[in-house]
Design a binder for this molecule. Structure first.
Ligand SMILES: *[C@@H]1O[C@H](CO)[C@@H](O)[C@H](O)[C@H]1NC(C)=O
Length: 400
């Protein structure tokens, strides 16, 4: 009797020990010094005297030649007011000193009204381009035949929209997410450029940006820049994380600290992790070892990034694997999650940049820099503030 009790006791201790070891194995070792400080923490030079600076390393880059970069906005003709106000804000806080070009993309033909009203706000060159049909619409196979089961899509959209998932029954929204996940980097209007800054109708910038972000991305070897990190709505991506982890294992992609930062370690004992979590139907969103994605990801309506990352063979192969499952339609996979998970697969923590010093408002949320960071900010930190829980988790590999 006491032997049985003793053995059970041992088993319990071993199980607890194993759980602790498992969770411990998924910790992220913080670096000894900050790996991703803001590019600038103040204005350095008053923004109203935009004169060339002698010191090439100073963050105030006005007067230097422009980088191989463009601003990018995807919009509809009906977004005309929101698009104009977003460009106005961009110009006021940044582009009036730099005059970067703006590429506008639309799946429809641009209206004269949009071109005129929005175009006149921009201080640089503007390009109004249409998205070719093969980049926006139902996926086709090698013979040009559509293969997505529309009945299944209809059922899925109905189910998700009854659950209250926003935009799920809007076919175009799915096409948009897929376009931004796998095609935008190859749009002919973006072909000439290496870096882009994504901007959406109705957003605004609430601090001055007195330096060239593209230049600092290049000098600091940054690939992907973000502002806000949030939790994805789980019901829009039930099988996304499982699909990505399967891809990761089948391509033997090593685990990066950012990948580990995105995990919620499982506290289930080992046999349970094996037995239950490896059942893809029961626990979609987990890895085969039972760990879940925390759903934290970077919000992609703000992006300053290197297009060549999305043009790389590794990224293309990743996107093709996701696209082959039609998860953009049977579920509602968003480009934010797809981009963030790609960054977690392929990038070192220091290759990402948090634009902490930029005030950015995307109603109803905003990022407003803390005291001592940012230039001439006009935002209220208490208003529409996003909890920084996700952001802090994702930055465990760069913040000491
Ligand atoms: C800009 O970047 C693109 C993509 O990397 C490249 O193909 C192109 O040659 C570059 N243009 C210039 C002027 O450097």
């Amino acid at each position: 009797m006491s032997t049985t009790r003793y053995l059970l006791g041992c088993l319990l201790v071993l199980t607890l020990l194993e759980i602790c070891l498992h969770v411990y194995s998924l910790r992220v070792t913080p670096p000894t010094h900050p790996l991703d400080p803001p590019f600038a923490s103040s204005c350095r030079i008053p923004p109203d005297s935009p004169l060339p600076h002698d010191d090439d390393t100073a963050p105030y880059d006005v007067g230097l030649s422009r980088e191989n970069a463009t601003i990018l906005m995807l919009a509809r003709n009906s977004d005309v007011e929101g698009a104009a106000s977003a460009i106005r804000s961009l110009e006021e806080r940044f582009n009036r000193w730099f005059h970067y070009p703006v590429v506008f993309l639309n799946d429809q033909e641009w209206s004269e009204e949009f071109r005129e009203k929005v175009g006149q706000e921009a201080s640089g060159e503007t390009v109004f381009a249409q998205i070719p049909a093969e980049m926006w619409g139902w996926p086709v196979d090698g013979e040009g035949r559509e293969w997505v089961d529309r009945e299944k899509v209809k059922d899925a959209m109905g189910r998700l929209s009854r659950m209250g998932v926003p935009y799920v029954d809007n076919e175009n929204y799915h096409h948009m997410c897929r376009f931004y996940s796998g095609f935008f980097q190859d749009h002919p209007a973006l072909k000439p450029y290496k870096y882009y800054w994504r901007i959406e109708p109705d957003v605004s910038y609430t601090c001055d940006i007195p330096y060239d972000p593209f230049r600092h991305m290049r000098l600091n070897h940054k690939t992907y820049g973000y502002s806000i990190a949030l939790w994805e709505i789980g019901s829009t991506v039930p099988s996304l994380f499982r699909t990505v982890t399967t891809y990761k294992s089948s391509h033997a992609i090593p685990t990066t600290p950012l990948w580990t930062s995105m995990l919620s370690p499982s506290w289930a004992p080992l046999p349970l992790r094996w037995a239950l979590m490896s059942d893809a139907r029961l626990f979609h969103s987990r890895t085969p070892t039972g760990d879940a994605w925390s759903l934290c990801h970077f919000w992609s309506n703000f992006e300053v990034a290197d297009l060549d990352f999305f043009r790389s063979a590794a990224y293309r192969s990743y996107f093709a694997a996701l696209d082959a499952t039609a998860g953009f339609y049977y579920e509602r996979w968003g480009d934010a999650a797809v981009h963030s998970l790609a960054a977690a697969l392929f990038l070192a923590p220091a290759q990402l940049h948090w634009f902490e010093d930029w005030g950015y408002r995307h109603p109803p949320f905003q990022h407003c820099p803390r005291e001592g960071v940012g230039c001439a900010c006009a935002c209220d930190r208490r208003e529409g503030a996003v909890p920084e829980t996700c952001l802090r988790q994702l930055r465990r590999g760069v913040d000491p």
